[in-house]
Ligand binder design. Structure first.
Ligand code: ADP
Ligand code: ASP
Ligand code: MG
Length: 814
């Protein structure tokens, strides 16, 4: 015997019901008697409840009932041959007439008891199960209908009745559904007065387990609309995936802490009778789904899921009088129990000066009443402060049986939350160590679920939500590279980049839900919103997305001025914009401080030498305790090119002109030759080794005569260069005659930065430099005789974008 339960969505449409038929057929063909438990059609229980609530406050409920009634007619007429429709159409008509009568009396009396509510809700399952039984008959199955109220006996706790197992099992023993299919109502039962009761919302799962256990079934199958028990609610966590196997305890813990896919008590009868439960997808029956059974050796994986209860209320009781007050907790929890308040989680500081616990959102008023009543005296005598209630909170729990043997899970859990700026209000670990829970603010729940899910390595792929500023050469190139590498990143490095926003100085776009594509031209093709960085940051932050990164591919001071806002919103920054780190020292150190304080990354390798590993190398030397004695560098492609080529017969002006024609220089070559850009880079290097330097500390020994620098146009600049050729060539000749080469070098030594023209001999690392390469040499205690040299192309969109890309990947690894 097998018990198959079909939930609301599995019986909510014609397509779904046809799937149900195929599933039943497949099982029945194996010659096993089947008990098929059905929920009400999807949405019907909610509609009946809503109609009752409307009636109670004297509102009109007819429209709600009409929609619900029509849904039944549609299923009947769409599914059954005409000849079999009539009795069912009658059943639905009569049922809705009765429902309407009940609701009118609710409206008239202004009263809705639990007893009436249960009677009302029962119609949903009564109708659905009859329709399904008839449908199976029409398809030539030996199907019968059975009302579970003839079988399941409970107490009279309407809305959430407790099962009397001895009576129920007695009834089941006398029922013999051999060689047949029985379609049974889920959710509903009867008390000893023959009044209808219900087993709690979602209770059809429980019905299946009660029947399965009492009938000694071989297995229980819960058919729903997802591929099994997943690592998190798939509606909230995109990367959730289904677990092949869970222990009863894990499934119970996860469902208790919010995984709606199965009703928590369902596991109890199954454990009792050791019956396996399968969770399967009606819309994808081939998927193996999840097997829930006694913990087996093969049960792998540390963490089985991340679950949450969205609406909870934290109650905080404090007071000096609580210290050492005997029996305080006992009184408190008895009082809560008396008012039927379910306590979800408790934490108590060891000082005993406060106790906090979490209850269901709906139980706040009852909890308040219970506490006020029990501790009236203590509160009046100021031994206990007025209890505090915070009902804007959620609980997030990590569940897994194997966690108890493993250290460091809570550390990882809490640091994932902390890194993303999620405030933890209370924490608790069950003594079974089956779960660790954190109470957090409700508006951060979705973000929290996703970051915890990703960081506890449940997802094969980690998603980063990235926003971009700057759509010039570097921005465009970066998008090209990201697009090219998208598959490789996901497949081989388990990283997924979501483009969630793009802005330039004119316009901006923020994605609604999905990632924007990597085709920058397509993104910018449309008529977009006018750019407004303030708005850009606020809109993205309000989405509460996890793992946010901002990439600055501009050279804008304005963008830099917003960096603090990014950091404060827990957004990491990757930037090739030098303006941020080369303005005032105070700003530089502030950015570092803010990044650290907010636990995010701030990476800017491309500030110096584009994609060359300069800052990283320097950081590694510095952090590992090496002493930096001297840094020598040529950090300008233009300057490198000009000096490497100013040899032989060519005049200095000719070389500069060629550099400009080749596109090496800025549009105005003076911007390269005045050494400003070079100075910024040297300044950043100095700061990286802890020197609080300002721009005024950089000493540029002007190589260009004053008249050249002061020329008022580009043509007159060239004229001045030509006029001064004797001056330039005097250097060149001196160098050449002594077998040396001219190089404009930045030198950082003894805490000072000089940028000056040097003549280097063949032993010097910079002697053989060619083309427009950058070069940097670190002389340190460890690299003293032979300095550590990094050399290569240090400018250009391609290598800069590649450097930004590498920094982005580094963020994902941190
Ligand atoms: P049914 O109507 O079949 O009883 P429910 O709506 O009660 O279905 O439960 C299935 C739903 O539970 C899924 O559609 C999913 O949105 C939700 N859910 C929440 N947490 C989980 C989880 N951890 N695994 C699977 N589904 C979950
Ligand atoms: N129809 C009931 C409900 O919606 C029972 C169930 O679906 O399990 O709560
Ligand atoms: Mg359910």
């Amino acid at each position: 015997m097998k018990v198959l339960k079909f939930g609301g969505t599995s019986v909510g449409s014609l397509e779904a019901l046809k799937n149900v038929k195929s599933i039943v057929e497949k099982e029945f063909n194996q010659n096993v008697p089947l008990v098929v438990v059905c929920s009400a059609f999807s949405g019907i229980t909610n509609s009946l409840l809503l109609a009752a609530e409307e009636a109670l406050i004297q509102n009109d409920f007819s429209e709600i009932l009409k929609v619900a009634e029509d849904k039944h007619y549609q299923v009947i007429s769409g599914l059954l041959p005409r000849t079999m429709q009539n009795p069912l159409l009658m059943l639905v008509k009569v049922s809705f007439n009765e429902i309407e009568d009940i609701l009118f009396s609710v409206k008239n009396l202004g009263e809705l008891s639990g007893r009436i509510k249960d009677r009302l809700l029962a119609y949903g399952e009564q109708m659905s199960s009859k329709i399904i039984a008839t449908y199976l008959q029409s398809e030539n199955f030996p199907a019968n209908h059975k009302d579970a109220r003839e079988l399941i006996v409970t107490d009279s706790n309407f809305g959430n009745a407790s099962v009397d197992f001895s009576k129920t099992n007695e009834n089941l023993k006398n029922w013999n559904p051999e060689n047949q299919i029985y379609v049974v109502t889920g959710f509903i039962s009867k008390d000893k007065n023959q009044d209808t009761t219900t087993l709690g919302r979602g209770g059809s799962d429980y019905t299946a387990a009660i029947l399965g256990s009492g009938l000694k079934a071989d297995e229980i199958q819960i058919w729903t609309d997802v591929d099994g028990f997943m690592t998190a609610d798939p509606r909230l966590v995109k990367n959730a995936f289904s677990q092949p196997e869970l222990s009863y305890q894990e499934a119970m813990e996860m469902s208790y802490f919010g995984a709606k896919v199965i009703y928590p008590p369902t596991m109890i009868p199954a454990i009792e009778s050791q019956i396996p439960i399968y969770i399967k997808n009606t819309f994808n029956p081939e998927n193996p789904g999840t097997l829930i059974h006694q913990k087996s050796e093969i049960s792998k994986g540390l963490i089985k899921g991340i679950v949450s209860i969205e609406k909870t209320c934290l109650v905080n009781i404090t007071g000096n009088g609580m210290i050492g007050m005997k029996g305080f907790s006992g009184r408190l929890f008895n009082a809560l129990a008396k008012y039927d308040v379910n306590v979800i989680l408790i934490t108590q500081a060891s000082s005993e000066h406060s106790i906090s616990f979490v209850v269901n959102f709906n139980d706040e008023k009852k909890a308040e009443k219970a506490i006020q009543e029990e501790f009236e005296f203590e509160i009046n005598a100021n031994k206990i402060d007025e209890p505090q209630f915070d009902n804007e909170l959620s609980i997030l729990s990590v569940v897994g049986e194997n966690m108890k043997k493993t250290r460091g899970i809570s550390g990882k859990f809490f640091s994932a939350l902390g890194k993303n700026g999620i405030n933890i209000i209370a924490i608790a670990q069950g003594s079974s160590e089956l779960n660790i829970s954190a109470v957090i603010e409700r508006n951060e729940l979705s973000k929290a679920l996703n970051v915890v899910h990703d960081s506890l390595l449940l997802s094969p792929v980690k998603t980063f939500n990235v926003m971009f500023a700057g759509t010039g050469n570097i921005g465009k190139e970066l998008f090209k590279q990201l697009k090219r590498e998208e598959e490789n990143l996901e497949k081989n490095h388990q990283i997924k980049i979501n483009v969630i926003g793009v802005t330039n100085s004119r316009q901006m776009i923020i994605s609604e839900n999905e990632s924007l594509n990597f085709d920058l031209n397509k993104i910018l093709d449309k008529n977009l919103e006018k750019s407004d960085l303030e708005n850009f940051i606020n809109s993205i932050s309000s989405k509460n997305l996890p793992n946010l990164v901002f990439i600055d591919n501009t050279s804008s001071e304005d963008v830099v001025s917003h960096y603090p806002q990014f950091f404060e919103n827990n957004i990491s920054i990757v930037t090739c914009n030098k303006k941020g780190n080369s303005s005032g020292y105070e700003q530089y150190s502030k950015f570092k401080r803010l990044a650290k304080k907010n636990n995010v990354s701030f990476l800017y390798e491309t500030n110096v030498g584009a994609g060359l590993p300069i800052i990283k190398t320097l950081n590694d030397l510095w952090i590992s305790g090496d002493e930096i004695l001297k840094i020598e560098a040529i950090l300008s492609g233009t300057i490198s090119y000009i000096f490497n080529n100013y040899v032989g017969e060519k005049t200095f002006a000719e070389v500069v002109r060629t550099a400009q024609e080749l596109g090496y220089t800025e549009p105005d070559p003076r911007d390269d030759l005045n050494g400003m850009d070079f100075s910024r880079k040297m300044l950043i290097l100095g700061r990286e080794i802890g020197l609080p330097l300002e721009m005024s500390d950089v000493n540029i020994k002007d190589f260009l005569p004053e008249a050249c620098l002061k020329a008022d146009s580009i043509p007159s600049f060239y004229e001045e260069l030509e006029k001064n050729e004797p001056y330039f060539s005097s250097f060149k000749n001196e160098a050449e005659s002594s077998g040396k080469k001219l190089r404009l070098i930045g030198i950082l030594e003894d805490g000072k930065i000089n940028i000056e023209v040097k003549m280097v001999d063949a032993n010097h690392a910079f002697y053989g430099l060619s083309g427009s390469d950058n070069i940097i040499s670190f002389t340190t205690s460890r690299y003293k005789n032979t300095p550590l040299v990094v050399k290569g192309p240090g400018a250009g969109a391609e290598v800069t974008a590649a450097g930004v890309f590498a920094d982005l990947v580094r963020v994902t690894a941190q």
